[in-house]
Design a protein. Structure first.
Length: 335
């Protein structure tokens, strides 16, 4: 480590690993963190929610390298003035869009090395549970990127074949490519544990709850019923504004009926396809970082549905809450 530079803890996600919860926690704990020499800068902080450093992604994608350089200089100056030894910048966009960055864009990111001792860190989840979570988010999201299966009406067993999932499940390629920009051995990996991601990050930073406080999970996962309702809505081609209105209604409905449905669970087919995509990554993480999921996978994936709907990730009890004649999962699975 270059002792003359502050260490930049560059939190890149991954999405669906408690990133939003962590960003709110860091923002709410700015003063306490700074008292311990850790700066969570407010430079060009995202105006919406959550409070993240979205400019790291946006300015690189837009190739606005002048503004990017100005922001980096301002962050470095804040660290110097506050005598912070560590700086946290956080945006999952650096995971989502990494392979969208141009060569000049990656060169701009590499300039962070001039001002900081850069240490990217990423939280990885067990691949099957993570892929299912990404699918749920894709069903929920409005379409905005042709390369992302947002607003999909496909069943998860079909959607998982999309290149979007194949790219993101190659944890090994992501780590290796990031290290080409920031240096070999620079990436730190945290294995996601079900529960409070903030507590895991406290251990990583060496602080306690008096320094990094948590307000609890910010994003609530939809039940199998809620996801199925959204998936069917997506097949109707509803206009964007009307879709957002219905989406809010389904989310409210899910708060009431979701407990009766329960969460989505991976089918045997979905699990098999994900594990085929993630096999090389899992081997790489185990060999290089000693990180694996053998100890938690059986518990995480135990409630695979049985009976008429065993082929689908949607549990039978969720399917039975919907009209039988409108249940595509049943007909498609048996076709």
């Amino acid at each position: 480590m270059d002792e003359t530079k502050p260490r930049l803890l560059l939190h890149v996600g991954a999405p669906k690993t408690g990133t939003t919860t962590l960003q709110y926690a860091c923002y709410a704990s700015r003063e306490a963190l700074l008292a311990r020499g850790i700066l969570y800068p407010d430079v060009d902080l995202y105006r919406g929610a959550p409070p993240k450093h979205q400019w790291l992604t946006k300015l690189v994608l837009d190739e606005d390298f002048k503004q990017f350089a100005e922001n980096v200089t301002t962050v470095a100056e804040q660290a110097r003035m506050s005598r912070a030894a560590r700086v946290i910048l956080s945006t999952e966009g650096l995971f989502n869009h990494w392979f969208d960055f141009s060569v000049p864009g990656r060169s701009a990111l590499a300039t962070l090395n001039d001002s900081f001792d850069v240490r990217p860190w990423v939280v990885f989840r067990e691949p099957v549970a993570w892929a299912l979570s990404l699918y749920v988010q894709a069903v929920k999201n409005k379409p905005f990127h042709l390369a992302v299966p947002n607003s999909t009406s496909e069943l998860p067993e079909s959607a998982i074949t999309h290149e979007y999932f194949a790219t993101r499940l190659r944890y090994d390629r992501y780590v290796q490519d990031v290290e080409r920009v920031f240096g070999e051995g620079s990436v730190h990996i945290i294995r996601y544990e079900s529960g409070d991601i903030v507590e895991q990050v406290r251990r990583f930073l060496g602080v306690d709850a008096t320094v990094l406080a948590s307000e609890g999970n910010r994003n609530k996962t939809l039940s199998a019923l809620g996801v199925e309702l959204l998936r069917r809505m997506n097949s109707l081609g509803i206009a964007a504004q009307e879709r957002q209105r219905i989406l809010r209604q389904i989310i409210e409905l899910d708060k009431t009926l979701g407990a009766s449905s329960g969460p989505m669970r991976p089918s045997a087919e979905f699990r098999s396809k994900v594990l085929a995509l993630s096999r090389d990554s899992e081997r790489y993480l185990e060999q290089r970082f000693g990180i694996g999921w053998a100890d938690c996978r059986d518990d995480a994936l135990s409630a695979v549905p049985t009976g008429d709907h065993a082929e689908s990730c949607f549990r039978g009890d969720a399917a039975n809450l919907l009209p039988a004649q409108a249940h595509p999962a049943r007909s498609e699975a048996r076709a």
